[in-house]
Write a protein that binds this ligand. Structure first.
Ligand code: CP
Length: 317
C-alpha cells in the first residue's frame, strides 16, 4: 500500500477487520517487520490520539519513529508555488518534502483544512505534494478532507460491538463554538457506506456534506427521526461545505446536543465520538459517561488501525 486516504486503499474491509483482530490479540506479532525502518510523523496541527497511537503502532512493528511539529521548532513552511518569499516563511515545502523523505521509509501527515479555498482543501494540496515529492508511502493522519485512521478505528469498534449483521448507524451534527473541518464526518460516512451499514446522516439545513462521501446514506434534517431505532450514534460537529458558506459556523443550536432524552429514542444505541469532545455542547456528561459510551475503546482502536496500515505499508516497501 503506497497511500492511505480511503477504505478502497485497504481493499476488502472484512479482511482488514480480521487483520485488526489478529493484531489486537497480539500487537507485537509483527515486531520485526519494521526493523531498521523509520516512520516520520509530520504534524501541521495539534493532536493527542493520532500522535500517541501512531507512534505506538510504529513501535509495535519495531520501527524507529521521528515526530515533527512543523509549527514548533521547524522553519515556517511556504506551501504555495510562485510566492515571493519575503515574509516569515523561511523554507518551501517543495524542498522540505524530499529532504524529509530522505530520512524515512513511510510518512504520516496531519494537515487540516485551512478554509481559505474549498478547491485547495478538497484537492488535498498539502497531502498530494507529500505523495508526489517525498518518494515514500504517505498516509493521512487527518488531512484537509479525510481522517481514515479514525474511520478505520470506528469501523473496527462497530464490528466489535454490533448486535445485528447490518446495524443502523446515525451520524449526527452537534453544536460546537468553533468552525471544524469536515474530515471526520466525510471519512465516517465513506467508511460506513463501504462497510455496508444502514447509514443515516442528520444535520441542520446548510450543513450538507460533499456527495463524494455521502452517496448511499439517508440524509435528514430531523435528528429525532434519525435517532429512532439507531444501534450506533456518532456525534460530530462540522462547518458548512457549501460554496458560499464554506468553513462557516451557521448554527449553534443546542437542541442538537446528544442527551439521555435523545439516546432514549434509539435502540439502546452505543454512543461514539472521535474525541476530543466538548462536553455539554456535543454530548452531555451523562451520555458520554454511560455504559453505552464507546469513546474510550474507540480511541484505543486507533492503535490497532494504525498498526494495520503501517504493516501494509511496510509489506509493500
Ligand atoms: N481523534 C483524533 O484524531 O484525535 P487527535 O486530534 O487528538 O489526534
Amino acid at each position: 500500500m503506497r497511500t492511505f486516504l480511503s477504505p478502497s486503499d485497504l481493499g476488502d474491509l472484512q479482511t482488514a477487520f480480521r487483520e485488526a483482530q489478529d493484531i489486537k490479540a497480539n500487537r507485537f506479532r509483527y515486531d520485526t517487520l519494521g526493523r531498521n525502518k523509520t516512520a516520520l510523523l509530520i504534524f501541521f496541527n495539534n493532536s493527542l490520539r493520532t500522535r500517541l497511537s501512531t507512534q505506538k503502532a510504529a513501535m509495535n512493528l519495531g520501527m524507529n519513529v521521528i515526530v515533527l511539529d512543523v509549527n514548533q521548532g521547524a522553519w515556517k513552511l511556504e506551501t504555495e508555488r510562485g510566492v515571493v518569499m519575503d515574509g516569515d516563511k523561511s523554507e518551501h515545502l517543495l524542498e522540505a518534502i524530499p529532504v524529509m523523505g530522505s530520512y524515512c521509509d513511510v510518512i504520516g501527515v496531519r494537515s487540516f483544512a485551512r478554509f481559505e479555498n474549498r478547491e485547495d482543501d478538497y484537492t488535498e494540496q498539502i497531502l498530494r505534494q507529500f505523495i508526489q515529492y517525498s518518494g515514500r508511502p504517505v498516509f493521512s493522519m487527518e488531512s484537509a478532507t479525510v481522517h481514515p485512521l479514525q474511520a478505520f478505528a470506528d469501523f473496527i469498534t462497530i464490528e466489535e460491538h454490533k448486535r445485528t449483521a447490518r446495524p443502523k448507524v446515525v451520524l449526527t451534527w452537534a453544536p460546537h463554538p468553533k468552525a471544524l473541518p469536515q474530515a471526520v464526518p466525510n471519512s465516517f460516512a465513506e467508511w460506513m457506506v463501504a462497510a455496508g451499514y444502514d447509514l443515516t446522516i442528520a444535520h441542520p439545513e446548510g450543513y450538507e456534506l460533499s456527495e463524494q462521501f455521502t452517496q448511499g446514506a439517508r440524509i435528514t434534517h430531523n435528528q429525532d427521526e434519525a435517532l429512532e431505532g439507531a444501534d450506533f450514534v456518532y456525534a460530530k460537529n462540522w462547518s458548512a461545505y457549501a460554496t458560499l458558506n464554506y468553513g462557516k459556523v451557521l448554527s449553534k443550536d443546542m437542541s442538537w446536543t446528544i442527551s439521555s432524552e435523545k439516546m432514549a429514542l434509539t435502540n439502546d444505541a452505543a454512543f461514539m465520538h472521535c474525541l476530543p469532545v466538548r462536553r455539554n455542547m456535543i454530548v452531555t456528561d451523562e451520555v458520554i459517561e454511560s455504559p453505552r459510551s464507546l469513546v474510550i475503546p474507540e480511541a484505543a482502536n486507533r492503535e490497532i488501525s494504525a498498526t494495520v496500515v503501517l504493516k501494509r505499508m511496510l509489506e509493500a516497501l
